[in-house]
Design a protein around this ligand. Structure first.
Ligand code: GDP
Ligand code: ZN
Length: 357
C-alpha cells in the first residue's frame, strides 16, 4: 500500500534502523490539531508525535503532511506514535516569527509545484517569479499553469509571454470549465510523485483539484478501500491520490506558500550538510580531493548518504541558475517596458509637433 504513496528503495534504506527498532513506515496524509493520520501497510492509523520528536522540533520541525515517518503501532487499536521523521527530499518551510519556536514545515516531499495563475487577470510577472522562487527553494520542480483559457481571446500569446519569463520550466494552459489541458497537467506528475498547487486566491486551484478528482474519485476510493481490506477510509485528507498514480497535497498553508519568505527551504532540509564545510581544513574547499575535507569524511564514514549529497549539489546549482534567470527575466521585462515608454513618448512628441506645425 505505501508503494502507492511513493515508497522507494532509498526510503527503505533510510528506514533500516527504524525497522530494526520494530517500527512501521508510513506517510502523513492529514494533520489536525490533535494529531496525524498516517497511511501504513497496516492501513490508516491515528498518531501523535513522540515526546522526543516534539523536543527535536526546533531543529527539524514537527511532522508535516507528506512526511515519511516511523510509527510504533499499538496492538489491536488503530493508533500509533510517530517516533521519527525520515530525511525530507524537499520541503516548504516557514521560519516561525518567534525564532525560539524554530522551523515550521508546511508540507514535505513534494516533487512538482504547479505555479497557478489565471489568464483573465492582469499578468503579474513579479508575483509569478515569487511563486517560482518559492517552488525552487523548496526543491520541487516548478510548472507554470495558466488557468481559465476559455476566458482568453489569445491564450497562446499569454503562454508565450510567460514562457519568456519562466524559461526553465514547462508552461501549460488549462480550462477546468471546458476540461482542456487537464491530462497534460496530470502527466507532469509521475506515479509515486507528489504535487502541490500554489498561487493567489481565485486563480482556480480548487476547480483544478475537483476536475482532477471528479471522474476518477470513485475509482480511487475503490482502490483505497480494497487495499484497506474493505474498511471504510477517512474521506477527508490533505494528501490525496490522483488518477495516474500521483498525489496532490492541498492545504491552505501550501496554497499561500509564495506569499511567505521561502528562501530557507533548501537550507532547512539540508541544514546538516550546510554545516559540514565549516569543518573542512580549507575555507575554499571544493570537497574534491583536498586533505581534511569534512564532506568526504562524512561520505566515507556513511554519516552522509551519497544520494543526499548529490541531490543537495544539484539543488544548489538549480537554485543559482534559477535566481540568475529570474533576475535576467525581470531586467528584460523592465527594459521592454522602458522601450515601450520611450516609443510612446517619441510618438506623443511627434504628434505635438504635428499639431503645432
Ligand atoms: P482558488 O481560490 O484558486 O481555489 O480558485 P477557485 O477554484 O475557487 O476558482 C475561482 C473562480 O474561478 C470560481 O468562480 C471558478 O468557478 C472560476 N474558475 C475556475 N476555473 C475556471 C475556468 O477554467 N474557466 C472559468 N471561466 N472560470 C473558472
Ligand atoms: Zn571539503
Amino acid at each position: 500500500m505505501i508503494e502507492q504513496y511513493g515508497w522507494s528503495d532509498l526510503l527503505t534504506q533510510a528506514f533500516a534502523p527504524h525497522a530494526r527498532a520494530g517500527h512501521t513506515p508510513g506517510r502523513v496524509v492529514l494533520q489536525q490539531r490533535d494529531g496525524y493520520l498516517v497511511v501504513t501497510d497496516q492501513g490508516e492509523v491515528r498518531a501523535k508525535a513522540s515526546g522526543r520528536l516534539l523536543h527535536e522540533a526546533k531543529e527539524i520541525g514537527h511532522p508535516a503532511v507528506g512526511d515519511w515517518v516511523a510509527v510504533s503501532l499499538t496492538p489491536q487499536e488503530r493508533t500509533g506514535v510517530i517516533q521519527a521523521i525520515l530525511p525530507r527530499s524537499t520541503a516548504f518551510v516557514r521560519r516561525a516569527a518567534h525564532s525560539s519556536r524554530g522551523l515550521q514545515i508546511i508540507a514535505a516531499n513534494i516533487d512538482v509545484a504547479f505555479v497557478v495563475t489565471s489568464m483573465n487577470a492582469d499578468l503579474n510577472p513579479r508575483r509569478i517569479q515569487r511563486y517560482l522562487a518559492a517552488a525552487w527553494q523548496s526543491g520541487a520542480r516548478p510548472v507554470v499553469v495558466l488557468t481559465k483559457s476559455d476566458l482568453c481571446d489569445d491564450p497562446q500569446a499569454q503562454v508565450a509571454e510567460i514562457a519568456a519569463l519562466a524559461t526553465d520550466c514547462p508552461v501549460l494552459m488549462v480550462s477546468a470549465r471546458q476540461d482542456l489541458g487537464l491530462d497534460a497537467l496530470l502527466a507532469q506528475v509521475k506515479p509515486g510523485e507528489t504535487c502541490v498547487l500554489i498561487g493567489s486566491s481565485g486563480v482556480g486551484k480548487s476547480s483544478l483539484v475537483n476536475a482532477f478528482l471528479n471522474e476518477d474519485r470513485m475509482a480511487t476510493q475503490a482502490i483505497r478501500e480494497a487495499d484497506d481490506q474493505g474498511r471504510h477510509t477517512t474521506s477527508h485528507r490533505q494528501l490525496i491520490l490522483l488518477p495516474g498514480g500521483g498525489m496532490i497535497i492541498d492545504t491552505p498553508g501550501v496554497r499561500e506558500v509564495g506569499l511567505i519568505d521561502a528562501e530557507e527551504g533548501v537550507d532547512a532540509v539540508f541544514d546538516d550538510i550546510e554545516r559540514l564545510p565549516q569543518d573542512c581544513r580549507f575555507n575554499d574547499c571544493s570537497h574534491a580531493n583536498e586533505p581534511g575535507c569534512a564532506v568526504r569524511a562524512a561520505l566515507e564514514s556513511g554519516a552522509l548518504a551519497p544520494e543526499r549529497w548529490a541531490h543537495f549539489q544539484k539543488l544548489k546549482l538549480e537554485l543559482a541558475a534559477a535566481e540568475e534567470k529570474a533576475e535576467r527575466a525581470a531586467r528584460d521585462v523592465e527594459r521592454r517596458r522602458l522601450a515601450g515608454l520611450q516609443k510612446h513618448y517619441r510618438a506623443t512628441k511627434r504628434n505635438d509637433r504635428g499639431l503645432r506645425d
